[in-house]
Ligand binder design. Sequence first.
Ligand code: ADP
Ligand code: ASP
Ligand code: MG
Length: 438
Amino acid sequence: MKVLKFGGTSVGSTENMRAVMELITDGEQKVVVLSAMSGTTNSLVEISNYLYKKNKDSARMVINQLEEKYIKVVANLFEKAESKIEGIKVVKESFTAIRSFTSGDFKEIGEKTILAQGELISTALFVILMKENGHKAVYLPALDFMRIDADKAADLYYTKEAIPGVIEKAGEADYYITQGFICRNANDEIDNLQRGGSDYTATLIGAAIESEEVQIWTDIDGFHNNDPRFVEKTRKIEQLSFDEAAELAYFGAKILHPLTVLPAKLQNIPVRLKNTMNPSDSGTLIASNSSESGIKAVAAKDGITAIKIRSYRMLMAYGFMKSIFEIFEFFKTPIDMVSTSEVAVSLTIDDTRNLEDIKRELQEYGEVEIDTDQSIVCIVGDLIAEEKGFAAKIFNALEGIPIRMISYGGSRHNISILVPTSLKKQTLQALNDNLLNV
Ligand code: ADP
Ligand code: ASP
Ligand code: MG
């Protein structure tokens, strides 16, 4: 059974929801994962932020606006009176849940419950739409089979165990409709897979049911060789390997949640990226091998902090690196890039929650220098095929751009450079003009 995921824009209006219904109803049994309607999760984040700041009036204002939007959606989406009544019931239930957090102290559980409402509403309305139009659709509650563990990692084993029972309980159907993004955590509370997480839901379900293909339907014709939000003249890539796609997603290509590719790679399930607005286009295929060799694409990840530790006595000293890395391990802070010289080591992190503590501990070993507002620009491809002159090509392409760090050789798929975020757009454009489009 295939798994098809539709993102926020794909279900972002009543017309688009109907288009999705047309697209999926070919009689072939499938699991359909839906995001919240576009803009909804942002509004829910805004509501939570106001509640954290105890600004209840602003929170109530955004809640009312969002509710009005959904009342209009219900009025336009359905034909029959009973569907409209059912739709209003869905909306009222969610907004009652949201409003229950506007009194008393606001905690993380409130935030997580509020953030879940976008997907809960979109899927419930979509099932009503499908049934109104005579399709055999049932609702699969993601909260009954999606889970993260105490370290916030997705628990694929749990999903594998739980999902057959949930499917059976839902009953025989052609279309199984479920929520992206939302899950339960180790305490059985509502939680989520982080922003953009619906892509990840789709491949986790794909791996759990041993699907033959996962399709990610979005608002662009596939994976482009550069970020179309910042760069002109980007090109769609026909085929990427799991490793190439994983690196690009991890290093900032917004089209895929950073972890999406991993469950698919684990079970060798092809992932196809497709455009809901142009379904006949072939899209991009992500599979075990890649079609062309050479440099494929670039992506950029913002919000990076660079840390340089200049050792008081690193020269000829062993154990220095171990001590440094143990500090990051202790504070559960992942490191992205590393580069060393005889007396110093530079590395990057994006989780700065424990930066002050990390800095204090590092100062035991050397002088510490911290640069915020950096971006990692990652160049991906089958670099073995490009071995000769590859580095020179990149340096030539980036002439005039001050590079803060380089990491090359860690994988045959990736070379990463660190630049100030203020120069990211210029860097991506230079790589586009001088490396990708030549
Ligand atoms: P969805 O809501 O369907 O999940 P997203 O907005 O999360 O959609 O992802 C699609 C968007 O990702 C595109 O509209 C595009 O602006 C952006 N994007 C960033 N990098 C790339 C890339 N390399 N290829 C294609 N799209 C990209
Ligand atoms: N609705 C969630 C978000 O906006 C998840 C997703 O769209 O993938 O982040
Ligand atoms: Mg997305």
